[in-house]
Design a protein around this ligand. Structure first.
Ligand code: G3P
Ligand code: CA
Length: 318
């Protein structure tokens, strides 16, 4: 019985230590951070407008995001299209006549075929504040930059871009596909002369290697998502192994930025990353408390589905 009590007390102690060691200093987001914090609108502004579409990017701009985050897939006719999954998504897109689309690989569809879809009428059920924009079409990356350049000329503003390469979730993408996608993406970035304000990010770290080989001037960001088991270990205070592993992996790929799942960012993780020359930009942060916690941890940027909230939390107080 005594032994059992001892085990329970030890477990509680470990959890308490874990909770406190994971917390960043509980200070307010200092005003100075607005100037140096890279505010990123996730998929434009997924919480407010249909994801990865022009209305979502306009929304991110409206709320003064520094960077527009977006996802890309290569189509059958080798065009870079802005879309999160390597398959069509019937939850957010439909046929122009309102009928349901079938899940189809983007590698089997041309850009023109994809652009017959209406990806603005259906509200994403996970984002109740999202306002539909009926008739919205998917954009190629080139069309996106054309629109950005027009807008920048008109507004005299300048934006940054965090562009992700997406591949099938089962990890089946061959090196040749990753290389082709990355190189096409870079060709477009170079064509629009936005190299110095673009980052190429991916969970598939081969993208980072191909990117540095093709154009070493382009910044790269290594994305990481923990497995449920790794997440559990971190929750109970045994996550330092995982944190060290991802910092080493990002360094090995010569990444400029490490982009972890936000819940597992600690002050120590930020410091270790900074010591290794990596900026820390966690995803995807959708509540005020977490935004403030991460700012106090010393992160370099925050990626959010809610640019309106990110703007209000980080705006300097008068
Ligand atoms: O920028 C990182 C973040 O976008 C990764 O998650 O799945 O929304 O692309 P996902
Ligand atoms: Ca993304």
């Amino acid at each position: 019985m005594y032994q059992f009590k001892k085990i329970i007390i030890s477990l509680i102690a470990v959890c308490l230590i874990a909770m406190f060691s994971n917390n960043c200093a509980s200070v307010e987001a200092p005003n100075r951070l607005r100037k140096v914090l890279d505010l990123q609108g996730h998929r434009g502004a997924r919480g407010l407008k249909p994801e990865n579409t022009w209305p979502a990017f306009e929304e991110a701009i409206k709320y003064k995001m520094v960077t527009l985050e977006l996802d890309t897939v290569l189509t059958k006719d080798k065009r870079v299209v802005i879309h999160h999954d390597s398959e069509t998504n019937p939850v957010i897109c439909q046929n122009a006549d309102g009928t349901e689309i079938k899940k189809t690989s983007l590698y089997d569809l041309t850009l023109a075929e994809l652009q017959t879809y209406d990806c603005g009428s259906k509200q994403n059920p996970n984002f109740p504040k999202q306002i539909p924009v009926p008739g919205t079409k998917l954009l190629s990356l080139e069309e996106f930059f054309e629109k950005i350049l027009v807008l920048e000329k008109k507004s005299k503003e300048s934006f940054e871009f965090n562009i992700e390469t997406k591949f099938p979730d089962d990890g089946s993408a061959p090196d040749s596909l990753v290389k082709e996608h990355t190189e096409k993406l870079i060709q477009i970035i170079e064509k629009y002369k936005v190299t110095d304000r673009s980052t190429i990010q991916s969970f598939d770290l081969r993208t980072l290697t191909f990117s540095k080989l093709k154009n070493p001037k382009l910044k790269t960001s290594a994305l990481f998502v923990p497995t449920y088991f790794q997440g559990f270990l971190m929750t109970i205070g045994f996550g330092n192994g995982y944190r060290d592993t991802i910092v080493s992996a990002a360094k090995e790929k010569q990444a400029d930025i490490i982009s972890p799942y936000f819940l597992y960012v600690t002050p120590k993780f930020v410091k270790n990353s900074h010591d290794k020359g990596l900026l820390v930009i966690p995803w995807t942060v959708n509540n005020e408390k977490e935004m403030r916690r991460l700012v106090s941890c010393g992160v370099d940027g925050i990626i959010s589905d809610y640019p309106d909230l990110l703007d209000s939390v980080t705006r300097p107080k008068p």
